[in-house]
Design a protein around this ligand. Structure first.
Ligand SMILES: [Mg+2]
Length: 268
């Protein structure tokens, strides 16, 4: 196995996960061997996902299951960076209402925030409503979030991906939930933490310790991964194993530096 010539110069690699490493519950063919090869070549690696449904520990376990070893520090999720953002900007003493899955709630608890339940929202002061993908979403959860926002809580989105690639095809993502709250309250999120926000990229670059020009961002989505790469002045590679087809890449005004069918095509 050998890296294709055009990728040899890169010292750092930022891999998106959904649609690049796996699709739904299934590993994408050959990705583990490519990552192992990159490690052997002493390349630096970060896994950066907008998906906030799991903690970093859970992502490490998932990668392991697919034959990929990763340290917790090499995993950056929008949920984790959201927690960092909240602590830096507003301190630890926050009461949160979270529309999201157990991984996001766990990540927020690890930072010492107080998490209030859907029922408590109606009679307790909420400082921040944090919104990520929630596959057990109900009208009641949305209504509680909207109520808190209309009563002065800050509205923070972990990401705004419109959908997620799964074995069944594209299913609604966190962005659809964010839109529901935006429409029903008339309030826009104070910040969307995930890609294409450049701050999450700078966070990843700091972990890598590589210069942007020596760093390749690998993703499956133009509006998040590729725009984020450009904003961070990194080079970008789009793979077609996720949310974007070749036709869509060709039609787009935003051009990635490289296009490949799959991560496995990085090597010979
Ligand atoms: Mg993706």
């Amino acid at each position: 196995m050998k890296l294709k010539k055009e990728f040899q110069k890169f010292k750092g690699f930022i891999f998106d996960c959904d649609g690049v490493i796996w699709r739904g519950e299934n590993k994408i063919e050959g990705v583990d061997s490519v990552i192992r090869y990159l490690r052997k070549e002493n390349k630096r690696i970060v896994f950066l996902t907008n998906n906030s449904t799991k903690t970093r520990e859970e992502y490490a376990k998932r990668l392991k299951l697919f034959g990929i070893d990763a340290k917790i520090d090499e995993i950056v999720t929008s949920g984790y960076v959201t927690a960092q953002y909240l602590r830096e900007k507003y301190g630890r003493n926050l009461r949160l209402y979270i529309i999201g899955e157990s991984g996001l709630i766990e990540e927020m608890k690890n930072f010492g925030f107080t998490i209030l339940s859907e029922r408590e929202v109606w009679h307790c002061k909420i400082n921040v409503v944090v919104v990520g993908l929630d596959r057990k979403l109900t009208y009641e959860k949305l209504a509680a979030g909207a109520y808190a926002i209309l009563n002065g809580a800050k509205f923070i989105a972990t990401n705004a991906d419109p959908n997620i690639p799964t074995e069944k095809g594209l299913l609604p993502g966190a962005g659809a939930i964010v839109s529901f709250l935006k429409v029903s309250t008339g309030v826009k999120p104070e910040i969307v933490i995930g890609k294409p926000n450049v701050e999450i990229m700078n966070f990843a670059l700091k972990i890598l310790g590589t210069d942007p020009e020596n760093t390749l961002v690998v993703g499956d989505r133009i509006e998040t991964d590729i725009i984020a790469a450009k904003r961070a002045r990194c080079k970008s590679l789009i793979v077609l194993t996720g949310a974007t087809t070749l036709e869509e890449v060709k039609k787009s005004e935003i051009k990635p530096d490289f296009i490949l069918e799959s991560l496995l095509d990085m090597v010979l």
